[in-house]
Design a protein around this ligand. Structure first.
Ligand code: NGQ
Ligand code: ZN
Length: 464
């Protein structure tokens, strides 16, 4: 249907009607979302479905995935084998570096596209790509210094997922400016070259609707204080992400270097505020937890990866009590699922505290709702966008299958609890990003061709 008032350029309008939908103010019934030019043009509550409406039962906002390394999808499940001694994060990282060493630009694009298709099928509508493979296998820049950022953008465009690209500054193997090691050669830039990379990255995402470019000092391990100051000066208004306090060894090394724990050091030396996302922030004292919450920075939690890598468990109750906001990320992409991240987040707390319904707003909403609302608000903030279904915002929408057994007879918050805690198969039905439907019946429209490209690339990579 075309709007009648358009003159030179006609704006396409479509109308979705939901029996129940989660709006910023809560669940509403009989709702029409009018979509024009990729955005929600109007929200009408309490209206019967009309002839021009495409009808759906349940609608929720698409969730932001605030932390992804898309390429790591290609090695998912390949590191679940123990080496000669004990296995840990650092031995996993050695294997990851070996995987990185061989990847071509075509590999990066095909693997990232597969990750993004899976994200969309899971109900994520935007990815925060913490992107640090920049150079060719020898460590030399490509002719276009943002070649690989461009490949990530191409994957985002092909899948339709919203992209917040976070070009990463990575220069050292450990605290105190240690020289980078061989496995890190594809990541490394001087501050000057990083400035050029950042400019080129902004150009590389030009074709992606609604793309945002932020910056990401990789970690306090990989960036010196002077470099941190220098690259923060290059950031415009976009988000700033950093890995922090993920592993206990990192905390110990930071103390040995600075006499300070990582989060404490960062809060003392950097202008941390609402633009920041502190990824993991696993190991914090109570004092650090409260101080971080007060900055307004988002805790970028990646519960599935944190479990897979043996990182530890985030101090959620104290952080929440201090008013801290969180979002979730699929990080290593070992298993991509929005419900999975939210469930793991809550279950890790239950196991640690031997309690139930830990991440909840007492008596106000269910745990599923608290997890979903938290991840939506914090994720959007961390990715530099506004989240939720409201007029003027991007039409990033997920519909759920009301016939899914886990949703039987449910309404409102119980739907989210059924999805997150009780679904054997994902109830995600359709997904729209910027008003365009990219998933139907739980399947991405390009799922087959993207998976075929992914398989071809993996066969090449794994036999090499
Ligand atoms: C990453 N992964 O950037 O992919 C890191 C490992 C590094 C996690 N921190 C690389 N989970 O630390 O150098
Ligand atoms: Zn990461």
């Amino acid at each position: 249907m075309l709007s009648s008032f358009s003159s030179a350029r006609e704006i396409q309008v479509s109308q979705l009607h939901f029996k129940q939908v989660l709006l910023p103010g809560g669940w509403s019934r009989e709702v029409r979302l009018s979509i024009a030019d990729g955005r929600i043009a109007a929200v009408h509550v309490g209206v019967a479905a009309g002839e021009a409406d495409e009808r759906h039962a349940i609608g929720v906002p698409g969730l932001p995935n605030l932390h992804s390394h898309g390429f790591q999808r290609g090695m998912a499940g390949l590191t679940e084998i123990r080496g000669a001694s004990s296995d840990n994060f650092w031995t996993w990282r050695d294997l990851m570096y070996r995987f990185v060493a061989r990847m071509t630009p075509e590999d990066v694009e095909a693997i990232t596209a597969q990750a993004y298709v899976e994200m969309l099928e899971a109900g994520f509508t935007r990815a925060g790509e913490f992107h640090y493979i920049h150079h060719d296998p020898s460590g030399a820049p490509y002719g276009d210094i943002a070649e690989l950022g461009g490949r990530v953008a191409a994957a985002a465009q092909a899948s339709g997922i919203g992209l917040t690209l976070l070009p990463v500054f990575y220069a050292h193997a450990g605290f105190g400016g240690q020289a980078p090691d061989q496995g890190q050669r594809r990541f490394v830039n001087s501050v000057d070259r990083f400035a050029r990379l950042l400019e080129a990255s902004r150009a590389a995402v030009a074709g992606c609707t609604g793309a945002v470019v932020g910056i990401a000092p990789h970690s306090l391990r990989a960036v010196t204080p002077d470099e941190l100051t220098a690259i923060l000066a290059l950031a415009d208004t976009g988000p700033i992400h950093i890995h922090i306090a993920e592993q206990t060894k990192e905390v110990e090394d930071c103390i040995a270097w600075s006499d300070s724990r990582p989060v404490q050091w960062l809060l003392d030396h950097a202008p941390v505020d609402r633009r920041w996302c502190l990824v993991h922030a696993t190991h914090m004292t109570g004092e650090e937890t409260r101080a971080m919450a007060e900055t307004g920075a988002v805790a970028g939690l990646c519960p599935m990866t944190e479990a897979n890598l043996g990182d530890g468990i985030f101090n959620a109750p104290e952080f929440g009590d201090a008013g801290g906001g969180f979002g979730v990320g699929t990080d290593s992409n070992v298993l991509i699922g929005a419900a999975d991240e939210l469930r793991q987040l809550e279950y890790s707390q239950r196991l640690r505290l031997r309690a139930r319904n830990v991440i909840s707003t007492t008596g106000i909403a269910s745990t599923g709702r608290a997890l979903f609302d938290g991840a939506l608000a914090g994720g959007a903030q961390a990715l530099g966008v506004a989240g939720g279904l409201a007029a003027g915002l991007a039409a990033d929408i997920v519909s759920l299958d009301a016939d899914s057994p886990a949703l039987a007879g449910r309404s409102a918050d119980a739907i989210l609890d059924g999805w997150i805690f009780a679904s054997r198969r994902s109830p995600v039905d359709c997904v729209w990003t910027s008003g365009r439907r990219v998933v139907t019946n739980g399947r991405h429209h390009q799922a087959e061709s993207v998976a075929a490209g992914f398989r071809r690339r993996l066969e090449g990579l794994l036999e090499a």
